[in-house]
Design a binder for this molecule. Structure first.
Ligand SMILES: O=C(O)C1=C[C@@H](OP(=O)(O)O)[C@@H](O)[C@H](O)C1
Ligand SMILES: C=C(OP(=O)(O)O)C(=O)O
Length: 432
């Protein structure tokens, strides 16, 4: 589907969906528990559906209600009975990197043979960090096309406790996957992380959720994790906080001239993307946080800054829009990993914003943006089938001089299916 978006000021309050990262993790923990858990405030997106279906395929029971989901842990009905351990278990991860990288080790606690389906760009995103883990555990693995021509990874073998060493600079999702899995095994483990650790705040989210579900992990400066085996997840009720990665779209919209307040974000959140508030303040935006929510005041001009993408890769596309109209030259550094997301985001941000009239240069690992007075628009742009690029373009459209036409907008359902409904409620003008 393609959409026209007309320029115009957005005005009002938006309730931000709940955090995808916290939701993936709490669903995994509840699914691997021995009891029943109610998880409140889960926003159902395609990625979260993928994780729900994945844990169901392993034997967890999941009921989805209006505002919560109920999960009956798979330890109750599966592991103890040792059912169907030899059957090939199909796990359709759709386009969700988190689901895939969290489930690869976790599924191999329950089933010997697993087939992970990877759609969109997911089959091209790196997985090789796990190959060493597979070899140490004697898990056989192969990439192959299934009968429908879809990319799959097939694994055969159970993961074993032990000492594993993985690099920290490709994706934190491998570390999270192992932190979920190793406590369940019948022996103690050590996880060493080498090199620079990128997206560290996502590891903190993992550790926080694991702790909430009763799992103890000794964290030695994010370089070594000491993990006792035979631990069991347990919690009756969990509530998912709001999503700063999604909130960032509307907070940035506020910073570039729309009149926005957002609700549903936890002020003292440990989400790395919470840094959007500090970055926008640094750029000169006036932000007021009170009990009701976060209010953006657009009475000041934005100025350029330096943004380090290492710990907040998901908010770089929308921050690039702010930088495009800020005074001076903004440099976004350590952004190379944006190339291995749903699309090559570093390239997509530069190519699409420059079509709108931004002065933006793509470098190997960074982006240089020199602010312009206004974005012209009046052209066709492409989401690259990536939700964050699509939402970036929709927000950029609000301040363009002429309407824009965005191709392939359905990709927003990966993380924020109601994005355009919220956009319209704020007065955004959209038509097909
Ligand atoms: O663990 C998570 O919930 C995520 C980790 C990040 O990935 P990387 O660790 O690959 O940077 C982030 O980009 C992704 O959207 C969600
Ligand atoms: C990169 C993202 O998610 P994932 O890695 O889970 O596909 C994202 O939501 O921007």
């Amino acid at each position: 589907m393609n959409l026209y978006i007309k320029p115009g000021v957005l005005n009002g309050c938006v309730k931000i969906p709940s955090s995808k990262s916290f939701a993936h993790r709490s669903i995994m923990c509840a699914a691997f528990s021995e009891n029943e858990c109610i998880i409140d405030n889960v926003s159902i997106s395609d990625d979260i559906k993928a994780t729900i279906e994945a844990v169901k395929s392993l034997g967890a029971e999941v009921d989805i209600f209006d505002h919560y989901i109920k999960i009956k842990g798979l330890f109750l009905n599966k592991i103890k009975d040792n059912l169907s351990k030899d059957k090939l278990n199909i796990i359709d991860c759709n386009e969700s990197g988190s689901t895939l990288r969290f489930m690869i080790p976790a599924a191999s606690v329950v089933n010997k043979r697993n087939c992970f389906i990877m759609r969109g760009n997911l089959g091209k995103r790196p997985l090789d960090v796990y190959f060493d883990v597979f070899e140490k555990s004697n898990i056989k693995y192969k990439y192959e096309k299934n009968e429908y021509g879809e990319d799959t990874l097939v694994t055969d073998g159970f993961i074993k406790p032990g000492e594993y060493t993985i690099p920290g600079n490709i994706s934190s999702q491998f570390i999270t996957g192992l932190l979920f899995t190793l406590p369940l095994l019948d022996g103690d483990s050590i996880l060493n992380v080498t090199g620079t650790i990128e997206s560290k705040s996502y590891i903190s989210i993992t550790l926080e959720v694991l702790k909430d579900f009763g799992i103890e992990i000794e964290n030695i400066d994010f370089k070594k994790f000491i993990i006792k085996g035979n631990q069991r997840y347990s919690k009756d009720r969990y509530s998912v906080e709001g999503d700063f990665s999604q909130g960032a779209f509307f907070l940035c919209a506020g910073a570039i001239g729309n009149s926005i307040s957002v609700e549903g974000l936890k002020e003292e959140s440990i989400q790395g993307d919470r840094i959007v508030i500090d970055i926008l303040k640094n750029m000169g935006a006036s932000i007021n946080i009170d009990r009701e929510g976060i209010n953006m005041y657009t009475n000041s001009e934005l100025k350029s800054t330096i943004i380090d993408a290492s710990d907040c890769p998901d908010i770089i596309p929308i921050l690039s829009v702010c930088a495009s109209v800020a005074n001076g030259k903004t440099e976004i550094i350590n952004a190379g990993r944006l190339r291995i997301k749903e699309c090559d985001r570093l390239h997509a941000v530069c190519s699409e914003l420059s079509k709108l009239g931004a002065d933006i240069t793509e470098k190997e690992n960074s982006i240089i943006i020199t602010g312009v007075n206004s974005l012209k628009g009046g052209c066709e742009v492409w989401s690259h089938k990536d939700h964050r690029i699509c939402m970036m373009l929709a927000i950029a459209a609000t301040l363009c001089e002429e309407k824009i036409y965005i191709r392939d907008v359905e990709c927003i359902s990966k993380s924020y299916p109601n994005f355009f409904d919220d956009f319209k409620k704020l007065g955004g003008i959209i038509y097909e």
